[in-house]
Design a protein around this ligand. Sequence first.
Ligand SMILES: [Zn+2]
Length: 441
Amino acid sequence: MRPALLLMLALAAPGQDWTPLFDGKTLKGWTPRATTAPGTGDWAIRDGAIYCGGKEPGWLSTDAAFRDFRLQLEFKGPADVNSGVFLRSQKEGQPHVTGYELQIWEMQPQGYLTGSLVGSLKAGPAKIKANEWNHYDITARGDHFVVKLNGQTVLDARDGKHREGHIGFQCQPKQTIWFRDIRVQRLKRAGLTAGEVLGRIQKGVAVPWQEKTVDTLKSGTVDTPVTGIVTTFMATLEVLQKAAAEGKNMIITHEPTFYLHDDSTEATANDPTVIAKKALIEKHNLVIFRFHDHWHRRQPDGIRVGMMKALGWENGMPEGLTLRELAEAVKKRLGIAAVRMIGDPGMKAGRIALTPGYASLHGSMRELAKSDVLIIGEAREWEVYEYVQDQIASGQKKGLIVLGHASSEEGGMKEAAEWLRGLVPELPVAHIAAGHLFTVQ
Ligand SMILES: [Zn+2]
């Protein structure tokens, strides 16, 4: 057996899963980023390793975020090489400020030499092997860091500044450095509580949390340990059953659980369907959180972003379609049996506007003043529909496509699942569609 393979076997105890972060051929899973100066580093693949030639500064980050992990890698550079491995850094900003920099440099003026977390923790004496492969073995568990260089523990200390983020490599001007055999193991820690998940959502959504909002817990408590997360347009009985069957006990729903905007059940407490739903929630200890106002307030609106993806319109609205062709395209993309439509099917759908969810009269008037066709979730059946009917009767070429509320927003909650995966990497996150309600006779 090759020595490298023996080493790998020795380090990987049974039952531990290592995930390679580098395929030896491409930068798949990695993104070059800027530090302070322009440029993102001249990253390349050479001889099965990631190579920085030092033409311009920058750093290379994993796309995935990590919280508690063990990381192993090999690096090679000249004796005086100045580089580093970033731990728990954020994508934007300076990675050694937003996270930790594990030093690779023997001459740092403040004494944060190889093996140190720059500015935070100083390593014991350590020397790299010049122009040879060196091995880093890093364990980051909560605030506890253990760093081994070539098998020798050079750092075993605590610092709690940064809790999670991306792994990365530093590229400095006039410095050449190589990295290879990069693998990571996520470490399990005591589960997050619903309150901790909510804390991350409130911070991550990046808009001020409203005092008056429907975005509150509808069942369960903040100290419930979370086993997994499901996002959905609406926490219907079926969605709750599926979530429980998957062993995920936190449901993040866009619309209410108990059919009224404020989710009050005083007036419906004796209804057998409401009773059955509450019993299921209690049986499986489900935590239900409504994520409506703030997901819409996010810049850009999280529901809208997800719907544009679901429709395949991330790069712009379709052009040159008739109203009928547009309706067909939307049906096909969203997988719905039928849409309702007002207007001449043969008219050109020139400028198209999209309003997921409920469409108010005033909002729809504004959109229709700027566009030829408006696509909405739903409206009251004596407001927008009749307004468009009257626009047409008065000689204007207008069209309206009605998707249904659920079909017009579900893609936005699939997007929420995607977003949460980055925000809560410790937990499994799934999207379960509430489904298209109607069949067509
Ligand atoms: Zn909505």
